[in-house]
Ligand binder design. Structure first.
Ligand code: S3P
Length: 181
């Protein structure tokens, strides 16, 4: 099986849901940010702070090319991964891509619950944050929409909703194995 690659905006639930999908399918789970952190022995916010976003995007692309061709894995990407270079076309070529689509309201709700530090969202007032998320979501949508599959994500309040969404994605992939946009 080609890698199942989850894409979508920050805080949409790619990592949480991806882990469940991997567990159900008996596959290994990879999170691209964690993979970068492990390889470079640095946290993503540190890479942003020390080397800047451009350098991060370069590393991200290189690491994507290391993991996306693994077989029988579920890979959760960073929110920006499909939006740089030819990453989305590459992902579509080597894996099965799923866009986890959510509104800015859902993303902001998840952000409140999230403990991970996200350099692009940090230090903003509530208004600035909403504005940033809405604008960036719109700018990134054309990249995300190139995915082969998409699912709508509502607020993932509890483990049951996470698991139900994971099962829904698995079912969708089995129903439309070769769907291509
Ligand atoms: C980013 C998303 C983050 C991480 C980095 C940049 C983005 O991953 O890769 O902070 O540009 O959207 P998550 O989507 O897992 O938060």
């Amino acid at each position: 099986m080609k890698a199942i690659i989850l894409i979508g905006y920050m805080c949409v639930g790619k990592t949480t849901v991806g882990r469940h999908i991997a567990k159900h399918l008996g596959c290994q789970f990879y999170d691209l940010d964690w993979y970068i952190e492990e390889r470079y022995r640095k946290k993503v916010p540190e890479i942003f702070a020390e080397s800047g976003e451009e350098k991060f995007r370069d590393l991200e692309r290189r690491m994507l090319h290391e993991v996306a061709e693994f077989e029988n894995v579920v890979l959760s990407c960073g929110g920006g991964t499909p939006c740089f270079f030819d990453n989305i076309d590459y992902m579509n070529e080597v894996g099965t891509t799923i866009y986890m689509q959510a509104t800015a309201d859902v993303i902001l709700e998840h952000f409140k619950l999230s403990k991970s530090e996200r350099p692009l969202l940090k230090g903003k007032s509530a208004d600035e944050l909403r504005n940033f998320v809405e604008t960036q979501l719109e700018a990134r949508a054309p990249f995300y929409e190139k995915a082969q599959h998409s699912v709508q994500v509502d607020v993932l309040h509890d483990a049951k909703r996470v698991n139900d969404l994971a099962l829904q994605i698995i079912e969708q992939l089995q129903r439309e194995p070769a769907a291509q946009q």
